[in-house]
Design a protein around this ligand. Structure first.
Ligand code: KG4
Ligand code: ZN
Length: 338
């Protein structure tokens, strides 16, 4: 008999609900919150209010698109953390009450583990799954981690950023250039028409498999401050080259440690996940590195790279198989516990 899981994601500024039939995706509905563009970043209070408005319609759309009724659901999986507490509370409270009404179990999901498990969502394209153990570079707006994935339920962080995440480096640099929020996709677009070697920015010299991106942000800021003194149109004239050069530096930093992790562990099954894995330059660099080093690489489709509830449902499905259900008493967490 098939298992139907409803996934709910509300950790930041996207309200999403998805239905999976075992590992197969039936629907993945997302309501984005454009309101934050006005402020150049996510405003937590506005985000939680928008989640409250969006959650019921989004769940209705997900069920309708999946062509199932709520009575067919076997469990509800939701993001418990990390993320914005006010936002997480909306998804958590909704999941609890909806499940209680239906008399079905709830499953708590860690957002970062879910990004990694997005590689196991099946659709009509028969996306290949990584073989265990594999290495996953998770690059999102709040986190940058290298994870050794032994099984869906057993993962170990072997490297992470000590300050900013890769997504933050993109977003903060974009803000400095006056680009709209979120800056990552804007820099990606501009980088396609710019020269990656036009400007050079320093790469950190971190020990082991850890990352640091705050130095890059600061040097980018100081570089622009100095150039703007000579020419106030400097950013306007060089937007594309600045974007391409910055993006290349971020990708170099990311790949240097990923290559080190592959070498040290002897694993050549390599995946990327999280919002920044949507970056076209990173995707291309992964292809080139895979050819050079003989890696088998796994790059999520764009709709599974950025925040979505299908990844929450697949992570929930693996826990469902183990009977790993959550208590109605649990509360969300803002900081990563994994
Ligand atoms: O995983 P995600 O959707 O949300 C978090 O869990 O944080 O990641 C959002 C991050 C943002 O920093 C956004 O700028 C970045 O992913 N991002 C990109 C691209 N698309 C999204 N960064 C670079 N290039 C992109 N194409
Ligand atoms: Zn995310």
């Amino acid at each position: 008999m098939s298992t139907y899981i409803l996934g709910i994601e509300s950790s930041c500024d996207d309200t999403s609900a998805a239905v999976l039939k075992d590992t197969y995706i039936l629907s993945n509905a997302i309501a984005n919150q454009d309101i934050h563009k006005t402020y150049g970043g996510v405003v937590p209070e506005l985000a939680s209010r928008a989640h409250q408005q969006n959650i019921i319609p989004v769940v209705e759309v997900a069920l309708r698109k999946a062509k199932i009724t709520k009575k067919q659901l076997n469990a509800i999986a939701f993001t418990r953390g990390p993320g914005l507490l006010g936002s997480l509370l909306v998804g958590t409270s909704f999941a609890k009450s909806f499940a209680m009404g239906l008399g079905i179990p709830i499953i708590e999901v860690d957002h970062l583990k879910a990004h990694i498990l997005s590689h196991f969502i099946d659709d009509d394209d028969h996306n290949p799954h990584p073989q265990f153990p594999f290495i996953c570079l998770t690059v999102s707006g709040g986190h940058t981690q290298i994870v050794k994935v032994n099984s869906p339920n057993q993962m170990k962080i072997i490297g992470s950023t000590i300050d900013d995440a890769a997504g933050e480096a993109f977003d903060k640099a974009a803000k400095i250039m006056g680009l709209p929020y979120p800056g990552g996709p804007e820099i990606d677009k501009l980088a396609r028409i710019g020269h990656p070697d036009a400007f050079t920015f320093p790469e950190p010299n971190m020990q082991g498999l850890d990352y640091s991106f705050s130095g890059l942000k600061t040097s980018f800021l100081y570089f622009l401050r100095d150039r703007l003194k000579e020419d106030e149109q400097f950013i306007e004239k060089n937007k594309a080259d600045l974007s391409a050069s910055l993006q290349q530096t971020i990708i170099r930093i990311l790949l240097k440690k990923l290559k080190k992790a592959a070498k040290e562990t002897g694993i050549n099954e390599i995946a990327i996940a999280g919002g920044v894995s949507a970056n076209s330059g990173l995707r291309q660099a992964m292809q080139l590195t895979a050819e050079e080093l003989g890696w088998n690489i796994y790059i999520p489709k764009l709709q599974y790279s950025t925040d979505n509830a299908a990844m929450i449902a697949i992570a929930g499905y693996f826990k469902y198989l183990n009977g790993d259900f959550a208590s109605q008493n649990l509360t969300p967490y803002s900081k990563s516990r994994f």
